[in-house]
Design a protein around this ligand. Structure first.
Ligand SMILES: C[S@@+](CC[C@H](N)C(=O)[O-])C[C@H]1O[C@@H](n2cnc3c(N)ncnc32)[C@H](O)[C@@H]1O
Ligand SMILES: Nc1nc2[nH]cc(C(=O)O)c2c(=O)[nH]1
Ligand code: SF4
Ligand SMILES: [Mg+2]
Length: 218
């Protein structure tokens, strides 16, 4: 059984795959926050910008088999040339993404990206793994394609993660979880300046912006 909050076709907005068309599959539930505002202040992850509670979003639902979910996702990919790409996110996708679903998505022709907080082991077969560490949430994944740290997190400074084997190290300015998602958001702007300064002083790190929010797509 797979619980999906929402699924939609858009452009990846973050990281090294930014600009690439993808079906986003947002799984319900996370291990670092209930998703309820009343629990935010006491949760391990307290800056989440995403609603992942329930299965009531666009194209959301409960899927009894991996094949049923893969077919649902395939139905959101356009009939056009180009390698189908799915980004499994959430919530925390590694609470639900398993080998049978990876096989079913590959069978349906998809390359598979995953956005994870890195606290749970990843099944084999993921084609693009993005780990985004959170303070006080130990990362158990040792190797990934990209490490994308939301910045600043006073208890999760960039140098703490350089031991993780990653092909790309990104800083993503922390956006306000609730303010209107526009590029003029004050917190985001000041965090963008801080992330910019860190990358200038530490060239291993690259800046990534949440492009989808800037251009106003999902
Ligand atoms: C909603 S999370 C879901 C996947 C997974 N639970 C994780 O944290 O990586 C997707 C991405 O959004 C990032 N994110 C969440 N809240 C954010 C915020 N307020 N500002 C910037 N990025 C944020 C996460 O760090 C992660 O890279
Ligand atoms: N366009 C777009 N790109 C994204 N990259 C990571 C996202 C996420 O919420 O995991 C996300 C998202 O929600 N939308
Ligand atoms: S950012 Fe990721 S880890 Fe943090 S609460 Fe949101 S879904 Fe969970
Ligand atoms: Mg998002």
């Amino acid at each position: 059984m797979y619980r999906v909050k929402e699924a939609f076709y858009t452009l990846q907005g973050e990281g090294a795959q930014a600009g690439r068309a993808a079906v986003f599959c947002r799984f319900s539930k996370c291990n670092l926050w209930t998703g309820r505002e009343k629990d935010r202040a006491t949760s391990v992850c307290d800056f989440c910008d995403t609603d992942f509670v329930g299965t009531d979003g666009q194209n959301g639902g409960v899927f009894a088999t991996p094949e049923a979910l893969a077919a649902h996702i395939a139905g959101l990919w356009p009939v056009a040339p180009g390698k189908p790409y799915v980004v499994c996110t959430g919530g925390e996708p590694l609470l639900q993404l398993d080998s049978p679903l990876i096989n079913a998505l590959h069978q349906a022709g998809f390359e598979i990206g995953v956005e994870t907080n890195g606290t749970l082991p990843a099944p084999a077969g993921i084609d693009w793994l993005c780990v985004s560490p959170k303070a006080d949430a130990p990362v158990v994944i040792e190797r990934c394609n990209e490490l994308k740290l939301v910045y600043p997190q006073p208890k999760a400074t960039p140098e703490l993660f350089l031991h993780i084997q990653a092909d790309h190290f990104f800083l993503s300015p922390m956006a306000s979880p609730s303010a209107p998602e526009t590029s003029t958001d004050v917190i985001k702007q000041s965090n963008t300046r801080k992330a910019t300064d860190y990358c200038l002083a530490n060239p291993r790190w690259r800046l990534t912006l949440q492009m989808h929010k800037i251009i106003g797509i999902d």
